[in-house]
Every structure is written in C-alpha cells, then in structure tokens.
Design a protein around this ligand. Structure first.
Ligand SMILES: *Cc1c(COP(=O)(O)O)cnc(C)c1O
Length: 335
C-alpha cells in the first residue's frame, strides 16, 4: 500500500529485530515463538506509540501547531512517548491523566510518571476515572488557544486513523523481514488496548494480501466492544489507503480472558509471564499490556490453541518503564 502519501516523521532509524525465542519455545513445548522487538523503537525508551507518533506529529507540524495535548492512565506509555516526540520537535506538551484506579495518581511515583517530569512536561491535569477525556483535552486546548498557542489534540493511545497508520507500516516492515529471513509465520499475537496497534496490523496484512491472522489479547474492554473497535478502525484505514479489500468480522480475533480485575491491575498470570520472559530470554515485558498479552499467549499454548509445528510472532509493544512502578508485585506476586 502507498503509505508515502501521508506525511511522516522518522523516530527509529532501523527496522526493529524479529528474534527467535528458543528457551521459551522449549519450556512451553508448543509453537515456535518469535518476537518483534517494538520495545526497541526510538524516542525515550521506545514502544508502539513511537510508530503512531511518526504520523501524528507530522500532521501536527503540517498544521503549524506549537503544543500537543494527549491523555492516558497515570502510568501511560503513550503520554511518555508523546512528550518525548514533542521535545524532539521543539513543541510543548500537556497531559490529561485519568485515574482509572481511584487515587492511583501520585506525583512522586516512579516509572513513566517520573519520566513525565524528567522530560519537562508543561502541564499535567489529573481527572477521575470515566471522565470525558476528549472534553477535558478540549478544555485545555481552549485555555492554551486563549494564550495565543496553537494546540493539537492526540486521542488516547494515538489510536485514530492517522496514528494507526504506524501499525500498517509495521505490518509491511514485518512482511519484508519475514521474506528476507525465509520465515513463514502462521499467526501474529499482540496486546489490544486503544485498538490502533491491532487494527493497523489487521489492515496491513489484509491490504497487502498477506492474510497472516492477528490475535489480539485485550487488556481493558470486553470482547465484543473491543472487536467492534478494531474492526471499525481497520476498515477506516483500508478505506483511507485506497485498498480494494475490506476486513471481514472473522479477521478480528480478540480474547478478553486475561484482563483480570481490570485495566492495569496485576494478575498472577501476568507476574508469571513477566518473570518467565525476564528469566528465560532476558526480555523485559510490562505489567499493564505485554505482561497480560504474553500471559494470554502462554495460556493459549497450554490449551492447544497454538500448536507444535506452528510459528507464532508476538509483537512486543514496549512499556518496560512501567515495571519500576510495579517492582513489588513483579518480584513477589499478587497479594
Ligand atoms: C498502548 C500500549 C499497548 C496497546 O496498544 P493499542 O494500540 O493502544 O491497542 C500495548 N503495549 C504497550 C506497552 C502500550 O503502551
């Protein structure tokens, strides 16, 4: 597909590696497991939002904006990376943080929260869980505009049809690498949150007639709501790109069995997955997204959903800075 028709900034001067995980594969005794290291993307401590921001920041700059506003949870990787991209482009950045878990905001917390301050955020507003986040961001935008600034609002997770182009681009990068590696992958697994990553990969695989199925492991919403969000965004992307094919409902696979008590709340299976990848492969997952997505993949291997003889590619979407806000639970387990 012709992604070059959309303006883009470049934040990662290389393709992220695809690596085989021999020890994890042997330990689980199921499919051959590969990992796409999108935790090694550019900007401050990388992650999937870096790819989305390449397109979102290009749009903000094309519109002459001088300040970006975005939102997320109190340990948001998306907020950290949006702020880092703004710094790199010489723009200011305001964050609206949602306390999805009541009283979870602590200005002195470690992890991403610490990095918001280190990276020089211009403003942080904390709002209650369930708030109208777009409404809150518009309020900040109005205040800044009244001071003569030109604000640009990036939705939560960067998951609109501009940001999600980053994962159409990732799908194409994966296909190029697999071709060069003579590696025929059967299925791709990723975390499915604000849906841009999952939808971009689905659109990229369909639009390129590659048709490698993508399995999304939900971290927040119920299966039917998440499936609809991914499906709608994937088709918007395919339309925007002028593809001649559309996604069908069967192209969107979501499991919501690994969320546990709620978004960002630890599960014993997440702790097992984080420890397993650290101790078998020396790879740092995160407690909110990739830890739960990997716990889902491990369970689906144990249940025989993914089988011996298959080749599965797990997309590591980043997030390891959040580990430092979860040190006790990731070492000692859920109490
Ligand atoms: C945001 C995020 C995700 C989820 O990606 P979406 O595009 O929002 O679905 C997965 N992993 C990490 C580390 C993230 O920060």
């Amino acid at each position: 597909m012709n992604l070059a028709q959309f303006p883009r900034r470049h934040y990662t001067p290389y393709q992220t590696p695809i690596e085989y995980l021999p020890r994890l594969t042997r330990l689980l005794g199921g499919p051959d497991i590969y990992i796409k290291r999108d935790d090694l993307l550019g900007l401050a401590a990388g992650g999937n939002k870096t790819r989305k921001l390449e397109y979102l920041m290009a749009d903000a700059l094309a519109k002459g904006c001088d300040t970006v506003i975005t939102c997320g949870a109190v340990q948001s990787n998306h907020c950290r990376l949006t702020l880092a991209a703004a710094v790199k482009e010489g723009l200011k950045c305001h964050l609206v943080l949602e306390e999805r878990v009541p009283n979870s905001y602590n200005p002195d917390a470690s992890g991403n929260n610490y990095l918001f301050r280190l990276l020089g955020v211009e403003g942080i507003r904390v709002v209650k869980g369930g708030s109208d986040m777009m409404g809150e961001m518009k309020r900040v935008a109005d205040e800044l505009a009244a001071q003569g600034r030109i604000p640009y609002i990036i939705p939560g997770g960067g998951s609109n049809e501009i940001g999600a182009l980053g994962y159409v681009s990732c799908a194409e990068e994966i296909l190029t690498q697999l071709h060069d590696m003579d590696l025929n992958i059967d299925r791709i697994v990723c975390a499915s949150g604000s849906a841009g990553t999952h939808a971009g990969l689905v659109a990229g695989m369909i639009g390129n007639n590659a048709n490698i199925p993508v399995v999304g492991i939900g971290v927040n919403r119920k299966k039917d709501i998440q499936t609809e969000a991914v499906f709608t965004l994937a088709n918007k992307l395919l339309t925007k790109l002028g593809a001649r094919t559309a996604a069908e409902p069967a192209d969107v696979v979501v499991f919501d069995d690994y969320v546990g008590p709620g978004y960002s709340l630890p599960t014993p299976a997440m702790v097992e997955a984080v420890q397993m990848l650290a101790r078998e492969e020396g790879i740092l997952l995160d407690p909110v997204y990739t830890g739960k997505a990997m716990s889902g993949m491990i369970d689906l291997i144990r249940k025989g959903y993914f089988q011996k003889g298959e080749k599965v590619l797990f997309v590591h979407t980043g997030g390891s800075p959040a580990l430092y806000a979860y040190t006790d639970v990731t070492l000692h387990g859920v109490r």
